[in-house]
Design a protein around this ligand. Structure first.
Ligand code: S3P
Length: 446
């Protein structure tokens, strides 16, 4: 059944005074999905503090409820009473994942080692995204896919007798790695994923936290991650740190709006996620990490950003996995820098919630910024400021909407995005939080 969204809600942002304050951003989306899923596969009670309450994650919670493992909020904590590895029940109807590739792909791995048949659906954006990359290795393990579909809507049939595999990732994707490891957790024997580019490692960390045996062996840039199957997962306490991909919008805004000085407290700074921050520092951005600590098995820090004079840089392809969701925001920042910023290795950007490579280039052009796409490379010609005045097509993509709203806070004329509804998939508090630190939004210019 197709998912319908509310009518588009355009919004404009306009030049604003300094952004200042100490704020927190909501919990990390990747960790929130994983905490719910592992809570469901563990036996006993899991308590999650700081869970991201955004549409993508709520859809995962709903899917788990339909599979017989309800997650509930009690006070400020989410609780889930897990049914143990292999304990998911046959659902009555289809699971609707809305806009979320992470929810869909990781749940394929969660469902695979169960004797259940599950129909999966999503919205127009999600229904265009490739699922074959996850289904192919899962099929090698024994999953069946009706009609050999590789796009939603589709129906999968799991099996409690999957075969373990050794699989080298053909694309640097944490979602793909995670789906195989989650399927491996419910499969007798050892399942191994080989990766040539490090991708976010939250699944490995959290599997260990729940008691699974997961080894990570790195040699010459090649990492082998092995999980011992039929893992006895046990319910745990999980604390979800602030999402660095959400903090990115605030940090970027502070760097480009004159006079700004902003501190975001309690942000996840796992090195597989901090490529944007490294890049902003290389551009001359005054970005500092304060009070570094560890919380719930993940590195966390407060991040301070102050308005800075920025220069164009070259961002190596090898850094892409550690900042894959942040390129639209970086491209906007690059327009305010002096000189060209070159971003290589962006093939995966084309298969996100939208084709972010094309959509970002179009959004820049609409606001008077010169940018070129050459194959998998984006080059933005920064001139120390942006004319603005454009209308940006967001293509059901939350990060497109937020990135270009940030642009309007520092451009000469307001920037309008055609739809803000999708911001609720990852960062529902975006607008009030930005307004609290001084940002100004208004009704879209006609
Ligand atoms: C995610 C992995 C990335 C990222 C997505 C979240 C995850 O996707 O873009 O927002 O939680 O594993 P890919 O694995 O497709 O690169």
């Amino acid at each position: 059944m197709p998912v319908t969204h509310p009518p588009p809600a355009p919004l404009a942002s306009q030049s604003t005074g300094p952004l200042r304050g100490h704020v927190r951003v909501p919990g990390d989306k990747s960790i929130s999905h994983r905490a719910l899923m592992l809570g469901a596969l563990a036996s006993g009670r899991t308590r999650i503090r700081g869970l991201l309450e955004a549409e993508d994650v709520i859809n995962t919670a709903r899917a788990l409820t339909t599979l017989g493992v309800p997650a509930r909020k009690a006070g400020d904590t989410w609780e889930i009473l897990g049914r143990g590895t292999g304990g998911l029940a046959q659902p009555e109807g289809p699971l609707d994942f809305g806009n979320s590739g992470t929810g869909t792909r990781l749940m394929m791995g969660v469902i695979a080692p169960h004797d259940i048949t599950v129909a999966m659906t999503g919205d127009a954006s999600l229904s265009q995204r490739p699922m074959g990359r996850v289904l192919d290795p899962l099929k090698r393990m024994g999953l069946e896919v009706e009609d050999d579909a590789d796009r939603l809507p589709l129906t999968i049939r799991g099996s409690a007798r999957l075969t373990p595999i050794v699989y080298e990732l053909p694309v640097p994707s944490a979602q793909l790695k995670s789906a195989i490891l989650l399927a491996g957790a419910g499969t007798a024997g050892e399942t191994t994923v080989i990766e040539r580019a490090a991708t976010r490692d939250h699944t490995e960390r959290m599997l260990r936290h729940f008691g699974a045996e997961v080894s990570t062996v790195a040699d010459n840039g090649v990492t082998r991650i092995t999980i011992r199957g039929e893992a006895e997962l046990e319910g745990r306490e999980v604390t979800v740190p602030g999402d660095p991909s959400s903090a990115a919008f605030l940090i970027a805004a502070a760097l480009i709006v004159p006079g700004s000085d902003l501190t975001i407290e309690g942000v996840l700074v796992n090195p597989t996620r901090t490529g944007l921050y490294t890049t902003l520092q290389e551009m001359g951005g005054d970005v500092t990490f304060l009070n570094a600590r560890e919380e719930g098995g993940e590195p966390v820090a407060d991040i301070r950003a102050r308005f800075s004079k920025l220069s164009g840089v070259s961002v190596p392809a090898a850094r892409a996995p550690s900042m894959i969701d942040e390129y639209p925001m970086l491209a906007v920042v690059a327009a305010f820098a002096h000189g060209a910023t070159r971003m290589d290795g962006l093939a995966e950007l084309k298969v996100k919630e939208s084709d972010r490579l094309a959509a970002t280039a179009a959004g820049l052009a609409a606001n008077g910024v010169r940018a070129e796409v050459e194959g998998d490379t984006l080059i933005v010609h920064g001139r120390g400021g942006v004319a603005g005045g454009g209308l940006v097509a967001t293509h059901l993509d939350h990060r497109m909407a937020m990135s270009f709203l940030v642009m309007g806070l520092a451009s000469e004329r307001p920037v309008t995005v055609d739809d803000t509804a999708m911001i609720a998939t990852s960062f529902p508090e975006f607008r009030p939080l930005m307004e609290r630190i001084g940002a100004r939004f208004g009704e879209a210019a006609a």
